[in-house]
Design a protein around this ligand. Sequence first.
Ligand code: CU
Ligand code: ZN
Length: 198
Amino acid sequence: MKQLLTPLAACIAATVALAGCAGSSKSSSASSGAAAAAPAAASASTTSGPTRASATLQPKSGTNTAGTVTFQQQPGGVLMSAAITGLPPNTVHGFHVHEKGDCSAPDAMSAGGHFNPTGKPHGQMTMPDHHAGDMNNVTADASGNVRVSMLLPDLTVGTGANSVIGRAVVVHKDPDDYKTQPTGNAGGRIACGVVAAS
Ligand code: CU
Ligand code: ZN
């Protein structure tokens, strides 16, 4: 009886574990599939506009810095993910959403100041006072690449005064000190990309 029960118990446990494992892997692949399909589904079922936007960073000010930045609407804000290449190794750079979706100038000054729809002082995004477009500095690895994600509580994707769509993402030459008004003293603009629904 014991010899019969033990394999049976093991079998039940294995079945439960397999079912649990299969269930969770199925639901996680289903949710990533749903995320990939979200723009079409969301635009069909809501009136708040797109839920995803992106910007392609182009080199500015004579650099080779480039990259892609995506913005995904989530319940607590916008999840920003950036992949940036062509930075000097092991360097720190100011990184903001700027108010004008215009990267046409060779120095990207056409993008205007930091995106600031609520008229706040410049600061770090974790401080009470900061521009909606203030993001944390990004740090390049030894190969000059950045991969980073941040949840931005003051931005939206889609319609409304705080929407990132039609703005620009700028990478700066120097770190943002999170203090100097209104720029953070982050130096020149070495990459810029206009944010569009995607
Ligand atoms: Cu900036
Ligand atoms: Zn700012």
